[in-house]
Design a protein around this ligand. Sequence first.
Ligand SMILES: Nc1ncnc2c1ncn2[C@@H]1O[C@H](COP(=O)(O)OP(=O)(O)OP(=O)(O)O)[C@@H](O)[C@H]1O
Ligand SMILES: [Mg+2]
Length: 226
Amino acid sequence: MIVIENITKIYQTRRGSVTALDGVRLEINDGEFVAVQGPSGSGKTTLLMTIAAMLRPSRGHVIIDGHKLYQMSVGKRARFRAREIGFVFQMFHLIPYLTVIDNVLLAAGVTADKNPTARAMELLNVLGLRDRAQHKPSALSAGEKQRTAIARALLNNPTLLLADEPTGNLDPANADVVLNHLSAFHKHGGTVILATHSRRAEQLVDRTVHLQNGVIGNSAGCSPSN
Ligand SMILES: Nc1ncnc2c1ncn2[C@@H]1O[C@H](COP(=O)(O)OP(=O)(O)OP(=O)(O)O)[C@@H](O)[C@H]1O
Ligand SMILES: [Mg+2]
């Protein structure tokens, strides 16, 4: 279970401080599929990054299965992240000079999977990318890039998958393919937290959480003001 305990994140910039999250409390059960919605700048990416053990909050705790993420040493947190958490970024974040299979295998460096190449090929197969394994990202469509990013996120068999607007750059057909893969991960027992504006995603998830100015609002559907 994930407990987000009163998280505040203040970014310090040269022009002053920006409060991106302001006392967020949230509990997410194992195996839950949660959508995070909210306008641009409401704090969705910041929230996902703090849950992903990638961004230390200014105040509060993120506790996953009893582990307080930001009380771990840097090394322990990195290993925990590699083992337990997959992250799909909006802009794919693929390395342009590596092939598809090598981009997927990037995630293998930190864990002890005996045959990461076989696992990577199995994922590429499931994601419809078997024929693209030796291509560079520049030769891929946007949908193929995002499926490569999903394969990378799933390589280490994470228990938690975070996806930050993974369909934002995709046409509806490719967006559906990506959402279906997230849904399949969820159906196999994984926990998914998805930042999205997608209406279709709302039909797939167990629960939608609304963020506004770094604060969690009414989670019982769309508020009339947005
Ligand atoms: N590194 C940073 N330094 C300073 N301010 C930041 C930084 N990252 C985000 N912010 C600010 O924090 C607030 C929340 O940003 P965040 O990226 O979490 O929003 P978001 O909901 O993901 O927006 P979008 O839908 O546009 O992706 C915004 O006001 C943003 O300008
Ligand atoms: Mg964002």
